[in-house]
Write a protein that binds this ligand. Structure first.
Ligand SMILES: Nc1ncnc2c1ncn2[C@@H]1O[C@H](COP(=O)(O)OP(=O)(O)OP(=O)(O)O)[C@@H](O)[C@H]1O
Ligand SMILES: [Mg+2]
Length: 146
């Protein structure tokens, strides 16, 4: 099983361009949001480029200025038409194949029935998530923390 590489670019304007970016936020919430966004970006990349040895990378831009911080996760997973992307934010909308059921109760699938884009499409405390779609190229959700 493969996975696209992730390139992280940091622009830390507010702290002399240091590579480490510090903000105040609930870590588990940020982890959850980013985990789901990466899961979506990786699946889209793998499904759009099933036979590619050189998979297009996922690029992450973390930018911190004096008054806000943003995280942009950009994939080349094909994106979708504007008409289709409105469905992404509906509860239970998912194009992911159903995961196989395991007899072992401790094994939980990584797929959760399309519950996360609606969550990502809203304001999460001080983060706002906006999406930019590049039809036929990819998707760029951007988290903005003010
Ligand atoms: N970056 C992306 N590129 C292409 N399609 C996407 C992307 N993000 C979301 N989608 C589409 O939106 C649908 C809904 O996404 P959502 O994250 O809500 O559910 P899911 O990924 O199918 O399942 P899960 O609940 O495990 O996240 C996906 O099934 C997929 O069709
Ligand atoms: Mg998902």
């Amino acid at each position: 099983m493969g996975a696209p590489e992730v390139n992280v670019h940091v622009h830390n304007v507010s702290d002399n361009n240091e590579k480490e970016v510090s903000i105040i936020y609930v870590p588990s919430h940020l982890h959850h949001i980013c985990f789901e966004l990466f899961k979506n970006a990786m699946r889209a990349t793998m499904e759009t480029h099933p036979d590619d040895i050189d998979l297009p990378k996922i690029n992450v831009w973390i930018t911190k200025g004096d008054s806000d911080c943003s995280i942009k996760i950009s994939d080349a997973g094909g994106g979708a038409s504007r008409q289709t992307t409105t469905k992404w934010f509906e509860y239970l909308y998912s194009t992911a194949p159903r995961p196989p059921r395991s007899e072992d109760a401790r094994v939980t699938p990584l797929q959760d029935m399309g519950m996360d884009s609606p969550y990502q499409g809203c304001t999460l405390g001080t983060w706002v998530v906006t999406y930019r779609f590049n039809p036929w190229r990819g998707t760029e959700p951007m988290l903005t923390f003010t």
